[in-house]
Write a protein that binds this ligand. Structure first.
Ligand code: GRF
Length: 195
């Protein structure tokens, strides 16, 4: 699991694995920030963790090669981006194509990018939500695996809406990982078939 911060989605996946809902385990947590709270979560669950700060590498490829090395050392079969605030580059994609997932707090393809809960509110949408998708070279553009809808309330603020979306994220991310672990996700062009 790749993180940059709080790691609440990481926690949801760890919990689902520990409960036995998912027949898998989090092999390693990698952060691009040394102070990411998610690193504490990994420690608490005795999960190996590593920090790679992109600024300390010559370029993105060198940075990602280091990540790939650690992922392979830990025999990772799936890479979950969970609040990892970077666009995945060529190196990670080349080594894990079709095996990288991301969670996004909007109903894609609406509102890709950052600050999307606020963008959805400002736009006046009535239904917001969350999306788990496979990662391709774009920003939040890959094939969609699961989505959850969250109705917007009249008195919602960015904070209240984000909190309700997050609750759904914590349900659909483990569910998507479970489907992957069971070999039930087939990518067919832009579509993901759940078998
Ligand atoms: C989540 O809202 C996720 O959808 C987005 O970044 C946030 C990460 O939260 N990509 P957390 O670090 O998992 O708590």
């Amino acid at each position: 699991v790749l993180i940059s911060g709080r790691g609440s989605n990481l926690q949801a996946v760890i919990d689902a694995c520990e409960k036995g809902d998912i027949t898998a385990r989090v092999a390693v947590v990698i952060s691009d920030k040394a102070d990411a709270y998610g690193l504490e979560r990994a420690k608490k669950h005795n999960i190996p963790a590593a920090v790679f700060e992109p600024g300390k590498f010559k370029d993105k490829n060198t940075y990602e090669l280091e990540i790939v090395k650690v992922l392979k050392q830990h025999h990772a079969g799936l890479v979950c981006l969970a609040g990892y605030m970077r666009i995945v580059g060529d190196v990670l994609l080349e080594h894990f194509r079709g095996k990288i997932m991301n969670i996004h707090p909007a109903l894609l393809p609406a509102f890709p990018g950052l600050h999307v809960q606020k963008a959805a509110l400002d736009h006046g949408v009535k239904i917001a939500g969350a999306t788990v998708h496979f990662v391709d070279e774009g920003c939040d553009t890959g094939p969609i695996i699961l989505q959850a809808a969250v109705p917007v309330r009249e008195d919602d603020t960015e904070e209240t809406l984000s909190a309700r979306i997050l609750e759904e994220e914590h349900k659909i991310y483990p569910r998507a990982v479970k489907l992957f672990a069971e070999g039930k996700l087939k990518i067919e062009g832009r579509r993901v078939r759940i078998t």
